[in-house]
Design a protein around this ligand. Structure first.
Ligand SMILES: [Zn+2]
Length: 518
C-alpha cells in the first residue's frame, strides 16, 4: 500500500472483443516504462501474465456476470484466493449497496484475515465508503461512481467527490473512474487522493483513436467552404457566394432572358456561373434553383411553364458542370428556399414545416419528418394551385379558383382597387395606417388562410414560413393570417403552430440554391 502513495496506477484490462485481449502483460510493461507505480488487473490469467512481466504492486479483481444480470467485481472468496495465488498483492471488490447485498463487507473481512493481503473497496457513495472503512477496508476507490443506479448522473470525474471522500473516511482514497486526461489526474491528487487509477485512456487504443477521429471529423465538417448559389427566376437571376454557415460574401442580380429559349437560358446560366467563379474564393460546388419542377437526382427540368419557354427537359446539371468543372446541384426554387430556411433561416428548429412564397406566383416547399417532400414525380408542393374557390378566378395553370389567383401580387394590388403601383408601396401604406391598404391585406390574409387551412389539415406542421416579396416588412399579414387561421383550423389552440416570416429575406433564393448543395 505504501508503495502506491502518490503514484499512478494503470488499469490493464481488455475483454475478448478488444484487439489487445491477451496482451495485458505488454501494457503493464509499457506502464512501468512510463512511470506507473502500480497495476490493476482483471482475472487470474492476466494477473499471472502481468506478474511474470513486471514487479509492480498489483490490485487484482475478478469481474463476474452475476445471477442478477450485471457484472460484480470479485463476488466470492474463492476468486480472491485464486488472484492472490496468481500474484495479486491486494484485492479489490464491489462494496456498493448492491455488492453489500451479496455479502461484500463480510467477504472483505474474510479475505483480509485469511489471505493476509490489503483489501480495497470499490464504492460509489460516501455512505458505501464509510461502511467499507468500518468493515476494515485498507482503502476505498471511487471506481463505481457513475455506474450505480443512484449515481448515474455523475458522467464526469468530479474532484469534489474525492475531497468529500477524503473528509469522510480516515483510510486512503484512490481516485478511479473517468480520469481520462492528465489534468484530471492532477486534480485528483490535489483533492487529496492517495493514488490515481487510469484505465481506458491508456490501455484502450480504440477509445483513444475515437477521441482523435471525432475531433478531426468534427473540425473538418465545420471548416468553412464556399458554394456558388444561383437563383434563376422568371424576371431576375440572383447569384452569390455562400459559406456552409450561411454567410453571403457577395451577390448580384441580373435580368433573366426568359424568352431566349433553352440554349439562350443555358448560356445565360453559364455566364452567371463563370463570372461568379472568376470572383475568387474558390467555390467547391454550384447550386442552382430554378422555376419549374426539377428531378434533383440528375438536375433535369421535369416540367416548366411558359414563364420559361423551352425549359422543360433541360439537362441543367450536365451543361453547367461541363462549362465550369464544378459539381452542380439543381432544385426547384420554392423547394430550395425551404431548404435554405431549414439550414440557415427561420426553420432551423423545425422538422415539419411549410414554406410559402408569395410573389408574382405562389409556390412552396415543405419538410415532413425532417426531409424535403418531393412527391413521387417531383411535382409536390404546388400549393398555389390548390382550389379555394370552385369556378373562381382564372389561373395561369388553366384551372379556376386556384390559391395563386387570390394571393399573388396582382391580387393584393386588386384588393386595394389598384391604388398602389406595386406591393412595396401598398405594404408601406398599410404600415403607415392607410385604411385601403390595411383592408387589402386583411382580404389577402383571409384568402391565404383558406389555402393554408388545407395544408394544415393535411400536414399538421410546426410552422408556416411566409417568404417572397409580399411577406417582407408585412407584420399585418402575419397577425391577420394568425387570426383568420384561428377561426378556420380545428383544434387550433392545441397545435401551437408558428407563423413566421422568412429570415433569409431578399437573398432567400441564393441561400436556398447554396443550401441544396449542403
Ligand atoms: Zn392554378
Amino acid at each position: 500500500m505504501k508503495e502506491l502513495e502518490g503514484k499512478l496506477i494503470v488499469s490493464c484490462q481488455a475483454d475478448a472483443s478488444d484487439a489487445f485481449y491477451g496482451f495485458m502483460d505488454r501494457f503493464a510493461k509499457a506502464a512501468l516504462a512510463g512511470g506507473a507505480g502500480g497495476i490493476r488487473a482483471n482475472g487470474v490469467r492476466d494477473v499471472r501474465a502481468i506478474r511474470s512481466a513486471v514487479n509492480l504492486p498489483m490490485i487484482g479483481i475478478e469481474k463476474v456476470l452475476h445471477s442478477d444480470g450485471a457484472i460484480l467485481i470479485t463476488p466470492n472468496f474463492e476468486s480472491a484466493q485464486a488472484l492472490v495465488e496468481a500474484g495479486a498483492d491486494m484485492i479489490a471488490l464491489d462494496c456498493t449497496k448492491r455488492g453489500q447485498q451479496y455479502g461484500a463487507l463480510e467477504r472483505l473481512a474474510r479475505i483480509k484475515a485469511e489471505l493476509q493481503v490489503p483489501v480495497l473497496a470499490d464504492i460509489a457513495t460516501i455512505e458505501e465508503a464509510q461502511a467499507a472503512a468500518q468493515a476494515g477496508a485498507d482503502a476505498v476507490l471511487s471506481t463505481m461512481r457513475g455506474y450505480t443506479a443512484g449515481t448515474a448522473h455523475a458522467l464526469r470525474f468530479d474532484p469534489t467527490f474525492i475531497e468529500d471522500l477524503v473528509r469522510a473516511v480516515s483510510i486512503p482514497v484512490i481516485a478511479e473512474g473517468r480520469v481520462d486526461r492528465p489534468e484530471l489526474a492532477r486534480q485528483a491528487i490535489e483533492a487529496g487522493a492517495f493514488a490515481v487509477v487510469v484505465g481506458s485512456a491508456i490501455t484502450r487504443p480504440h477509445l483513444i483513436t475515437r477521441l482523435f477521429a471525432d475531433a478531426v471529423e468534427a473540425a473538418f465538417a465545420s471548416r468553412k467552404t464556399w458554394i456558388l448559389g444561383i437563383d434563376l427566376g422568371g424576371t431576375n437571376t440572383k447569384s452569390g457566394l455562400v459559406s456552409n454557415r450561411g454567410e453571403l460574401l457577395w451577390d448580384e442580380t441580373v435580368p433573366t432572358p426568359a424568352r431566349a429559349g433553352r440554349a439562350g437560358l443555358l448560356k445565360h446560366l453559364e455566364d452567371v456561373a463563370l463570372r461568379g467563379l472568376a470572383r475568387g474564393h474558390e467555390a467547391q460546388a454550384i447550386g442552382i434553383a430554378t422555376a419549374g419542377w426539377v428531378d434533383p437526382r440528375n438536375g433535369h427540368v421535369v416540367y416548366a411553364t411558359e414563364n420559361l419557354p423551352g425549359w422543360t427537359g433541360t439537362r441543367i446539371a450536365e451543361t453547367i458542370e461541363k462549362a465550369t468543372g464544378k459539381p452542380v446541384f439543381v432544385e426547384n426554387d420554392a423547394n430550395a428556399l425551404a431548404v435554405g430556411e431549414k439550414l440557415f433561416g427561420a426553420a432551423r428548429d423545425f422538422d415539419d414545416f411549410v414554406c410559402i412564397t408569395l410573389g408574382t406566383g405562389v409556390g412552396g416547399g415543405c419538410f415532413v419528418g425532417g426531409r424535403l417532400n418531393h412527391g413521387a414525380h417531383f411535382f409536390a408542393n404546388a400549393f398555389g394551385h390548390m382550389c379555394i374557390e370552385p369556378g373562381g378566378r382564372a389561373c395561369s395553370c388553366g384551372q379556376n379558383g386556384c390559391l395563386e389567383a387570390y394571393t399573388n401580387v396582382a391580387a393584393m394590388l386588386d384588393y386595394a382597387a389598384n391604388r398602389y403601383a406595386n406591393a412595396v408601396d401598398l405594404i408601406a401604406a398599410a404600415n403607415a395606417g392607410e385604411p385601403t391598404a390595411i383592408a387589402a391585406i386583411h382580404k389577402f390574409a383571409a384568402r391565404l388562410a383558406a389555402g393554408c387551412t388545407l395544408m394544415i389539415q393535411l400536414l399538421d406542421p410546426e410552422a408556416l414560413i411566409l417568404a417572397g416579396g409580399l411577406a417582407q416588412n408585412n407584420p399585418l399579414l402575419i397577425s391577420s393570417l394568425n387570426r383568420e387561421l384561428s377561426l378556420r383550423v380545428p383544434v387550433w389552440a392545441q397545435r401551437n403552430l408558428k407563423i413566421l416570416t422568412s429570415s433569409t429575406g431578399y437573398h432567400a433564393g441564393v441561400l436556398g440554391a447554396a443550401a441544396i448543395v449542403l
